[in-house]
Design a binder for this molecule. Structure first.
Ligand SMILES: NC(=O)c1ccc[n+]([C@@H]2O[C@H](COP(=O)([O-])OP(=O)(O)OC[C@H]3O[C@@H](n4cnc5c(N)ncnc54)[C@H](OP(=O)(O)O)[C@@H]3O)[C@@H](O)[C@H]2O)c1
Length: 251
C-alpha cells in the first residue's frame, strides 16, 4: 500500500501519542505501507500491544517534560539524520474521576487550565523546537498536529469547554508561527493543524451520547483520512487548519 506522498524517498516518521487512540491507529496504518522505513512511536505507557515490526521503535517519554523532549530528539537524531513526517496526537480533555470540561466559567480552575495548556498547546511547540534539526533542510517534510474544531474561535457558538477550547486555539497560533519560521528553514515544509472528527477513543468516550448516527468514527477510518489529507497538501498549505475530510476550518 502506498501513502501517496510522492517524496521519492523512504519515509521516516515519528508519531507522538502512539500508545492508544488515533496515534496508535496511525502507527498501524503507516506500518502497512512499504513507503515507510522507520516509525518512532512515543508515549508514556504502552497499555496495548504494538506490532512486531523491525521498522517500529517504541520510545517512552513524558512530552510535557522539556528535557525529556530534548533527549528524545537527541535519541532519534542518533538513529536518523532527518524526519519526513512528525505527527503529534498528544491531547487531553478529561481525566476519569478528575478534571472534566467546564460547562460554566464557575468551574474554571487555574490548575486545570494550565494542565490543558501544557499538554495541548506546549507539547507540539516543544516537539517543534527540539526536532527542528531533523526537520530543516530541503526535503519535503510534514509536521501535523491534531487540533480540534472546538479550538476554532470563529466556530465557537456553544461556549463551554474553556480549557480545552483555549488550549487548542493556543496550539493553532503556536503552530502557525512555527509554520512561518519553518518555511524559511525548509521551503518544502508543510505544517498542518488537523481536526480528526469525533473518534471513538478514551478521550471522547464520555461525550459520545449526542453524536449523530454515522458521525462517530473508528480510529482506523480517521488514520486513513488524516494520512490522505496530509498527502494531498503542499508547502502552499502550510500553517493551515484542516478537517479529516480536507475542508479548511476557520481560526
Ligand atoms: N477523539 C476525538 O473525538 C477527538 C476529537 C477532536 C480532536 N481530538 C484530538 O486528537 C488527538 C488524539 O486524540 P485521541 O482521542 O486519540 O486521544 P487518546 O486516546 O486519549 O490518546 C492520547 C495519546 O497521547 C498520549 N499522551 C498523553 N499525554 C502524554 C504525554 N504527556 N507524553 C506522551 N504521550 C502522552 C497517550 O499515551 P499515554 O497516556 O500512554 O502516555 C495516548 O497515546 C488529541 O489531540 C485530541 O485532542 C480527538
Amino acid at each position: 500500500m502506498h501513502l501517496g506522498f510522492n517524496t521519492g524517498q523512504p519515509l521516516r516518521v515519528l508519531v507522538a501519542g502512539a500508545s492508544r487512540g488515533i496515534g496508535r491507529a496511525l502507527v498501524l496504518r503507516l506500518l502497512q505501507s512499504s513507503d515507510v522505513v522507520q516509525v518512532f512511536a512515543v508515549a508514556r505507557n504502552w497499555s496495548q500491544d504494538m506490532p512486531d515490526d523491525a521498522r517500529l521503535i517504541c520510545l517512552n517519554a513524558d512530552l510535557t517534560d522539556e528535557l525529556a523532549v530534548q533527549s528524545l530528539a537527541d535519541r532519534v537524531a542518533g538513529q536518523c539524520g532527518q524526519l519526513d513526517m512528525l505527527i503529534n496526537t498528544v491531547g487531553f480533555l478529561h481525566e476519569p474521576g478528575g478534571q472534566q470540561p467546564e460547562k460554566s466559567i464557575r468551574q474554571l480552575s487555574l490548575t486545570a487550565l494550565l494542565q490543558s495548556m501544557t499538554i495541548n498547546a506546549a507539547v507540539p511547540a516543544l516537539l517543534a523546537k527540539a526536532f527542528l534539526p531533523l526537520l530543516r533542510g530541503k526535503h519535503r517534510c510534514i509536521f501535523a498536529s491534531l487540533s480540534a474544531r472546538v479550538g476554532s474561535i470563529g466556530d465557537n457558538r456553544l461556549g463551554g469547554w474553556y480549557a480545552y477550547r483555549a488550549s487548542k486555539a493556543a496550539q493553532n497560533m503556536l503552530m502557525r508561527s512555527f509554520a512561518v519560521e519553518w518555511q524559511r528553514l525548509n521551503a518544502n515544509s508543510i505544517c498542518l493543524l488537523l481536526h480528526p472528527g469525533t473518534t471513538n477513543t478514551e478521550l471522547s468516550a464520555p461525550f459520545q451520547a449526542n453524536v449523530p448516527e454515522g458521525k462517530l468514527f473508528t480510529t482506523d477510518f480517521v488514520a486513513e483520512r488524516l494520512l490522505a489529507v496530509m498527502a494531498q497538501r503542499s508547502p502552499a498549505d502550510s500553517g493551515q487548519f484542516f478537517a479529516w475530510d480536507g475542508q479548511p476550518i476557520p481560526w
